[in-house]
Design a protein around this ligand. Structure first.
Ligand code: UDX
Length: 427
């Protein structure tokens, strides 16, 4: 099939490349001409494991353009994967989606399936339909489908090609048939529902996962107050199949481009339709509190932060990505700087992006470089590289061997035996 993708961010680019891997011919469109130029010359603007290989492998089937007109002409199916950032009140800013819908309407001259892939509030599919109907130039037929993405950064390629499920929100048999053809080669369960249910599946899924994280973080806090061990509690809970082991990892809270934004949006949507989503408001509060507790732990350990050298290990919001959007590291560094600490920082992939936010802190090339002359190391992202570091060497390099671990990557007994002051979450 010929398929167009509008928006070449994490979601759009991964979707386009993976659809090419399934055998489709794909046109990826973005209004950022610089980005398109880079893509045409083989430079991938994001770090996502496996994506570069797949682009090269399927190069013949992937084209790029900066014109929506081309997308409308090219694709029998047109995916919209543009950003939906948050407004200050938590509502999603849908202006990019609306613009794209109006542009599509301008060029539509035969039947197309228009697919919303970006995370959007319930009823957005209807709005896209109304908008295209209003601005289209002729009496052409089209369908709008909601096909939410469930891609995790870092494992997005695998998540796309081997998903737990594919959700298709459709309003016509014609669109359903075409969408099933798009995903024919993927054997995972496909559930076909109405567009509103599909939109809500996305919101409810992400919010539920965020709830799981905040729940386990709240339990971690109780563990600290009682002397229990959150890792053991989470294991014991997770073995119950109804609960499941995934997303029960206590830490400094969730970040990233999805959970914080999606939780805000779901609270806002609920409010708008007249429901006070109290549970979710608490989920957000627990997440914010988690990072405050972590900073308090640093102060309780170091007492005065002014002029202390603190090494930050991990800047991305989670491992295997260079994404720093809503990363806990941003809040931690901001507060530590305000309190006068000297910051050294290292991340295997996210240094360049963090330099744009904090140009004035010291960036290091390795964990050992970072540890040199530090009063304390903070672990903010659970990169494998950190789990494997030579702790004896680290100890020698530091002014004082203190590690505060926001991701529980070490065994407390083992590391304290090596002579470290070690604090972690919920144990
Ligand atoms: C998420 C959803 O998983 C995905 O389905 C959706 O489409 C986009 O949002 P992503 O943001 O890439 O994906 O990352 P994810 O792996 O879900 O982690 C989100 C955040 O939760 C990270 O900050 C991570 O550190 C944190 N997390 C995750 C925990 O603190 N504990 C856990 O047990 C799991």
């Amino acid at each position: 099939m010929q398929i167009s993708i509008i928006g070449t961010g994490y979601v759009g680019l991964t979707t386009g490349v993976c659809l090419a891997e399934l055998g489709h011919k794909v046109l990826c469109v973005d209004n950022d001409e610089e980005k398109i130029k880079k893509l045409v010359s083989g430079i991938i603007p994001i770090y996502e494991p496996g994506l570069d290989k797949l682009i090269k492998k399927n190069a013949k089937r992937i084209k790029f353009s900066s014109q929506i007109k081309d997308a409308v002409k090219y694709g029998e199916v047109i995916f919209i994967a543009v950003g939906t950032p948050s407004n200050p009140d938590g509502s999603p800013d849908l202006s990019y989606i609306e613009n794209v819908a109006r542009e599509i309407a301008k060029w539509l001259d035969e039947y197309k399936v228009i697919v919303e892939k970006s995370t959007v509030p319930v009823e957005t599919a209807q709005w896209i339909k109304k908008t295209i109907d209003k601005y289209k130039k002729n009496n052409v037929e089209f369908d709008v489908v909601s096909n939410p993405e469930f891609l995790r950064e870092g494992t997005a390629v695998n998540d796309f090609l081997h998903p737990d499920r594919i959700v298709l929100g459709v309003e016509s048999k014609r669109a359903e048939k075409i969408m099933l053809k798009v995903y024919q080669k993927i054997k995972s369960p496909k559930i076909v529902v109405d567009t509103k249910s599909a939109e809500l599946i996305k919101h409810a899924s992400n919010s539920f996962l965020a709830t799981k994280i905040s729940f386990i973080n709240a339990v971690a806090n109780i563990c600290e107050l009682t002397g229990a061990d959150i890792e053991k509690v989470a294991l014991g809970m997770g073995l119950d199949k109804r609960i499941g082991k995934e997303f029960l990892k206590a830490g400094i809270g969730y970040g990233g481009s999805c959970f914080p934004k999606d939780v805000d949006a779901f609270i806002w949507i609920a409010e708008k339709v007249g429901y006070n989503f109290g549970i979710l408001k608490e989920v957000k509060k627990v997440n914010q509190h988690q990072i405050e507790l972590f900073i308090k732990k640093v102060e309780d350990t170091l007492w005065i932060l002014k002029d202390k050298t603190i090494g930050i290990l991990g800047l991305s919001f989670k491992p295997n990505t260079d994404d720093i959007r809503e990363s806990p590291a941003i809040k931690v560094i901001t507060v530590l700087k305000q309190k006068g600490a000297k910051i050294k920082a290292y991340d295997p992939k996210a240094v360049e992006k963090m330099k744009q936010i904090f140009p004035d802190i010291e960036y290091c090339r390795s964990v050992y470089d970072t540890a040199k002359n530090c009063d304390c190391l903070l672990i903010l992202t659970e990169w494998d590289e950190f789990k494997k570091m030579d702790l004896k060497r680290i100890k020698q390099l530091m002014v004082h061997p203190t590690i505060i671990d926001g991701r529980n990557i070490f065994e407390p007994q083992k590391i304290t035996k090596l002579g470290f002051i070690y604090k972690s979450i919920g144990r």
